[in-house]
Design a protein around this ligand. Sequence first.
Ligand SMILES: O=c1[nH]cnc2c1ncn2[C@@H]1O[C@H](CO)[C@@H](O)[C@H]1O
Length: 467
Amino acid sequence: MMGRTVTPHDRGWCVGIIFFILGLGTLLPWNFFMTASLYFQRRLNTTELSNNETEVVRKEYYFNNWMTLLSQLPLLLFTLLTSFLYQRVSEMVRIAGSLVFILLLFILTAVLVKVPMDEERFFSVTMATIWFINSFGAVLQGSLFGLVGQLPQKYSAIFMSGQGLAGTFAAVAMLLAIASEADSETAALGYFITPCVGTLLTLFSYLLLPRLEFAQFYLDRSGKYEAGTADELLKEDNPVENGKLNGHTNGSVPNSSPNKGDGPAEMELQSSPDKSKQAFLTLEPEEQKRGKASVVEVFKKIWVMAFCVTFVFTVTLSVFPAVTADVRTVFPGKWEHYFISVCCFLTFNINDWLGRTITTLFQWPGRDSRLFPVLVVSRVVFVPLLMLCNVQTRSYLPIYFPHDAAFTAIMAVFAFSSGYFACLSMSYAPQMVEPKDAETAGALMTFFLALGLSTGAALSFPFRAWV
Ligand SMILES: O=c1[nH]cnc2c1ncn2[C@@H]1O[C@H](CO)[C@@H](O)[C@H]1O
């Protein structure tokens, strides 16, 4: 067994920064792609068909509806597949492979900006691109949440924070496009080339990861830090010298927190090896040899967090952006051009990001607290609150909050709580299972995140109609 006695430090926060970039890099491409929706609609609305001499009708492609469907379907499918099958394909192939394909798809989309094409074909190619970007994006996210789940809890929060910043970047890009009065083609080129650069950077960051000692310690499967077999451990004087007894041996240590190297659990392992050794010796041989738990077993331990992340995103996506993007300002004039980008998209994304980032500093309520799901469920009040803002056009509901400031304030709390609770759920779940199952927990939680996004997106259609 290797003779390490101390958990390595994340020197210069390198691993933290890499996971932040990985988070940013997973959501940036798709966020930018969606921001270009105006460009796609322009290209699909050029020819006019006349059905008789007098009337001119445009072929309606329902671009946004198809985009929602063809992005959510592969996201659900492939996050689910990733949670069950991730062990069959190496992590390197899943992560680096997905990034390369996403890069290629964005290069293709950028090139197409300059290639003339008839509408029908353009529509088909775009829809296929949307499907594949989201398929690879799903594999990428599931794998990365699995990876980050094996690190101390703070790293999941850092990863989620990176994802949150992607939305802010997209909102700023949208504002820049409006302010510079760029035509839709130039704006689109910006929306497609930025993610190419972003994805390349993300790929390089990922490839750097195995070189860092801190990452090797938690993620390495080459055996450098492996604690050895059960037999070896029984012969060893100090079976927990690298603090990973309950992490990478074949056994599991009851009554010890799975929270590797992140606080009291680590202290206990390192300061009282005899206690842990005794705990290990009391295990049945079958238990010592047992491998990873099944997906269902993992689900039974994390179902509360799975429910929470699903619910958070269901509420969020049921009104954002379908309902909130139709709110109108009460101040006519130039401000009208900026109102939605600033008060809806920028406000949402900045506060979502703040909510996520603050969980690196404090986590409340705790992961076993009943209050946690109660607070998550109470977020439904934001649905009526936002519907009662100045959404136009409207058919049924009265307007209670006409003012821009009221709408912006509601958006801010709505987004902050969304980011805060989503991030806490995603970071708690891998800590509720044994370290050997943390990867399964992370991948499975990604599926529930996607389930929340899809359910919310589906509900947004009736909710918009009921305003
Ligand atoms: O694919 C995804 N993975 C994780 N989070 C996502 C994804 N798509 C959107 N959001 C999150 O949903 C909220 C509203 O857009 C934002 O918090 C955004 O980060």
